[in-house]
Write a protein that binds this ligand. Structure first.
Ligand SMILES: NC(=O)c1ccc[n+]([C@@H]2O[C@H](COP(=O)([O-])OP(=O)(O)OC[C@H]3O[C@@H](n4cnc5c(N)ncnc54)[C@H](O)[C@@H]3O)[C@@H](O)[C@H]2O)c1
Ligand SMILES: [Zn+2]
Length: 370
């Protein structure tokens, strides 16, 4: 049974936190909630074309019903739209439509929309209020919390952006029902990560909840979204700018990102993270830092999600290792890894992340190759 939850996130020091509200059906209350948290004269509701049609028009109509000026701005769905060109086009359309400093942005959609519309809000007239209405599980569980936004450039993903914490995040687990099942699995990979780094009980519960969430059960979706948001909110509240603790959210991501880049982004992020977690657990086991059996636990979870647990054919271990060196979280070109102590806890050291000798990374990659 899941009814509702409210989670508070600290941002920008103690000066301005924000609230995340999770409740089935809450999207219908948005036209009243948005103006109460982000006061503005005009609302730019930004969504991709798919989500715009499903939910965006309804939100615009609701805001107009409350006497507000609101307009829907859309862009083609997919990562290919997370660009400076779309950012410039959306900003230009808002200016042409008379939007000014007294406006707010409502980002309705997946992580692409949150990042792109968030960056529009961060830069429009040097920053206007933002409300996040995440509709994909990736966005509900991960990207709508933490204040990071931005776009991809030819040199790499997410390389141009800003910190722009929202004024409010509203999550309606019912909207995940229209999300394709493979997209649900992508978001759940990050939920497994949250359990793996901080909460053994959540990780164990996920085993039962994963099939229900994949099956579109609203109660299980709400429970998982709330626990994941709580974990991410706890971490980013303590370390908004990633100088310390926030690094633990990169578990599975050093090798995950390297596989993603080596495969030229043909494999989605959640799939690469599922594989990255298994591989990084193996690294930890090799170094006798991670308890034996941890990699097997994570492999089982990835299996439940139907996500990869072996390195895709055609990707060479040396190529993947090469891509770890361009990871932007590395120090002076040396990649760093977050290692677990056991499923549900990170092995603590002075910096949360550590270097691992190349030979061990190559061995683990070779062993896991199909
Ligand atoms: N800012 C952060 O902290 C952060 C964290 C994680 C990921 N991200 C970013 O998030 C992006 C990935 O997000 P994503 O996986 O949500 O991608 P996405 O926004 O492209 O959404 C995936 C697909 O699902 C569709 N969709 C979304 N909600 C739907 C719904 N309720 N019903 C039907 N269809 C729906 C979209 O139209 C799209 O086709 C990446 O760009 C990644 O870099 C950012
Ligand atoms: Zn991730």
């Amino acid at each position: 049974m899941f009814l509702e939850d409210t989670i508070q996130v600290q941002a920008g020091g103690q000066a301005r936190g924000y609230t995340i509200r999770v409740r089935p059906g809450i999207r219908r209350a948005l036209p009243r909630m948005i103006p109460a948290h982000a006061r503005a004269h005009r609302y730019a509701v930004i969504a991709d074309e798919t989500v715009g049609e499903l939910y965006g028009a309804q939100i615009v109509g609701g805001l107009e019903g409350e006497g507000k000026v609101a307009r829907l701005f859309t862009f083609p769905p997919g990562e290919a739209s997370k660009t400076r060109e779309q950012w410039a086009r959306l900003t230009g359309e808002m200016l042409d439509a008379g939007f000014g400093r007294d406006s707010a942005v409502v980002a309705v959609g997946g992580g692409v929309t949150g990042d792109l519309a968030g960056f529009v809000a961060a830069t429009f007239m040097r920053g206007i209020p933002l409300v996040q209405v995440p509709t994909s599980l990736v966005a509900m569980i991960d990207s709508s919390v933490g204040g990071k936004c931005g776009v991809d450039v030819t040199e790499g993903k997410n390389l141009v952006g800003a910190f722009h914490p929202p004024h409010l995040v509203v999550v309606d687990p019912e909207v995940a029902v229209t999300l394709p099942v493979e997209e649900r699995a992508q978001g759940l990979a990050e939920a497994v990560k949250h359990g793996a780094i901080l909460d053994p009980v959540y990780l164990a519960d996920l085993e039962g909840d994963i099939p229900c969430v994949l099956g579109g059960e609203v109660g299980a979706t709400g429970r998982v979204v709330v626990r994941s948001i709580e974990i991410k909110a706890e971490v980013v509240s303590k370390d908004e700018r990633e100088s310390g603790l926030r690094k633990i959210l990169n578990f599975g991501h050093t090798l995950g990102h390297a596989v993603e880049a080596a495969a030229h982004y043909a494999l989605p992020h959640g799939s690469c993270v599922a594989l990255g977690m298994v591989l990084e657990a193996r690294l930890g086991e090799r170094l006798a830092i991670t308890r034996k059996g941890t990699a097997d636990t994570l492999r089982k979870m990835a299996g439940l999600l139907n996500l990869p647990t072996t390195v895709p054919a055609g990707l060479r271990a040396e190529t993947i290792l090469g891509y770890t060196r361009s990871d932007k979280k590395g120090r002076q070109g040396k990649p760093r890894y977050v290692l677990l102590a056991y499923p549900g806890a990170v092995a603590q050291n002075e910096d949360w992340a550590r270097e691992v000798p190349d030979e061990i990374v190559l061995e683990v990659l070779a062993e896991a190759s199909a």
